[in-house]
Design a protein around this ligand. Structure first.
Ligand code: PRP
Ligand code: URA
Length: 214
């Protein structure tokens, strides 16, 4: 039984997601395919994370008659990728909500301590009024994601949803314990972290695989 608040963890495990995730994990998957799969998986997750977007009524003229339809009620959304790997998820979510703003949090993990080192942070105006989707393919120790959530809370953001592709129990617990309101979407919760704080079985280094830097 997990020792974290499972009501705020949403595992997006549609069969298509599981299929694409297996290709993503495969060490022989090319950089091009890896990048495309990250985009596709971000679309599935974004779809789930925006399931409760408010609607408003609108009148539609079909070729045959007038009907009462719905449209998104102008909810303001911001996508916040954690650099670098989080950038790989932005285009997928923008394809769902093209008018979303994009803010950036730059962080890398110190190789020895595994603690996040921040090097950049820029949010769009009125960030406090927006629903913020923080995106990063990997949730390992949770250090990077909790730091990004803290920056957003300090900026006054109330509605934060975190979207990761591969997580592990240590990271899920760290994030859900750190913030009592954040909702966490992931495609899978893997077994554990190794001694170098890499996720097992995982997929290796997401940033390197997206950008072909190794
Ligand atoms: C990876 C990943 C997350 C972080 C997860 O980034 O994209 O940001 O590690 O680890 P954590 O949960 O232990 O903080 P990395 O530091 O490798 O930087 P990169 O995206 O620039 O490659
Ligand atoms: N960052 C990654 O890219 N992969 C991991 O397994 C852990 C952190």
């Amino acid at each position: 039984m997990p020792d974290y608040d499972t009501s705020r963890l949403i595992v997006v495990d549609h069969p298509l997601v599981q299929h694409k995730l297996s290709i993503l994990r495969d060490k022989s998957t090319s950089t091009k395919d890896f990048r495309e799969l990250v985009t596709e998986l971000a679309i599935f997750e974004g779809y789930e994370a925006l399931r409760d977007l408010p609607l408003e009524k609108t009148q539609v003229e079909t070729p045959l008659e007038t009907m009462a339809g719905y449209r998104i009620a102008g909810k303001k959304i911001a996508i916040i990728p954690i650099l670098r790997a989080g950038l790989g998820m932005v285009d997928g979510i923008l394809s769902l909500v093209p008018s979303a703003r994009v803010g950036h949090v730059g962080m890398y993990r110190d190789e020895k301590t595994h603690e996040p080192v921040q090097y950049y942070c820029k949010f769009p105006p009125k960030i406090e009024d927006r629903t913020c989707l923080v995106v990063d393919p990997m949730l390992a120790t949770g250090g990077s994601l909790t730091a990004a959530i803290q920056f957003l809370r300090e900026a006054g953001v109330k509605d934060i949803r975190a979207l990761t592709l591969v997580s592990c129990p240590e990271g899920v617990k760290a994030v859900l314990d750190f913030d009592p309101d954040v909702r966490l979407y992931t495609c899978v919760v893997d077994r554990q972290l190794n001694r170098s704080a890499y996720i097992l079985p995982g997929l290796g280094d997401a940033g390197d695989r997206i950008y072909g830097t190794k």
